[in-house]
Ligand binder design. Structure first.
Ligand code: UDP
Length: 242
């Protein structure tokens, strides 16, 4: 009999403990939120799509030597993961200017960023996930200077792998958010998910700035066809991996 118990319910996923204390079960929900949960909705089929996309990207990264929390997927909307101590940081990598970077700096949407920008945000809903400076991050003791370098290097390495992969799918990886944790040996492990909820993805076969959007911006900006776009990302990811 299963001993699974709900450990935590987030905006897009529910985490359950399992009868193995080192393993958690993630349930991917169809629920979608944006703007710090001020906008809420559901995207039919999103849970299964994001679980499948995340699975393939974690497998790709593992194959390239990046340690991730991924174990396996016991059901279409479920992923078993290694239990890690999550670092309360959102590590954002940007290849092309979009979203909050444009709003906060005035840099034009679509500007190429060379080298890619790596940013740290404090994962804290009550504070609105603020952008951190290096000194604030250290002040809050969210990581040591060495760990911060390690996070930055890992995020850059992951970006290079994902950028090439998505490019092969005919998709431009504009930006994305990563979360990391420590395992019992204090080793850095990539956690959470990598999906159209957490990445900006532009279809290279579309030139129209709205038509090309294949990610959560379709939901954020009421562009419609959200599920179709997520489905298209999955199909391209699967056909690339076949
Ligand atoms: N992102 C995320 N979760 C967050 C904030 C951002 O997954 O809580 C992702 C977002 O989907 C985008 C990237 O991180 O791919 C950069 O987001 P940005 O800072 O531009 O914020 P946004 O415009 O999404 O508010």
């Amino acid at each position: 009999m299963s001993l699974d118990r709900k450990l935590y319910e987030g905006k897009a996923k529910i985490l359950y403990t399992t009868d193995d204390s080192e393993i958690l079960l993630t349930h991917f929900k169809d629920d979608a939120t944006a703007f710090n949960a001020q906008k809420r909705g559901t995207i039919a089929g999103k849970g299964e799509i994001n679980n499948a996309i995340s699975r393939h990207l974690f497998e790709l990264l593992e194959a390239k030597g990046i340690p991730t929390h991924f174990i396996d997927c016991p059901a279409p909307n479920q992923m078993r993961v290694r239990r890690v101590q999550i670092i309360p940081l959102e590590v954002v990598v940007r290849n092309i200017a979009a979203g909050s970077l444009c709003q906060q700096t005035g840099i034009a949407l679509g500007t190429a960023l060379n080298p890619p920008l790596v940013e740290f945000y404090y994962k804290n809903d009550a504070l609105g996930d603020p952008l951190l400076t290096r000194d604030r991050l250290l002040l809050l003791q969210l990581a040591t200077p060495y760990q911060m370098e390690e996070l930055q290097a890992s995020a850059r390495a992951i970006n290079e792998i994902l950028k090439v992969f998505f490019n092969q799918c005919g998709i431009t990886l504009v930006d994305f958010k990563l979360e990391f944790g420590f395992d019992r040996d204090r080793k850095l492990i990539l956690a959470d998910e990598i999906s159209p909820d957490t990445c900006r993805l532009w279809d290279q076969s579309e030139t129209d700035p709205n038509q090309r959007v294949m990610d959560k911006d379709r939901f954020r900006r009421d562009l419609g066809s959200v599920e179709t776009a997520y489905q298209k990302v999955l199909q391209r990811v699967l056909s690339q991996n076949a």
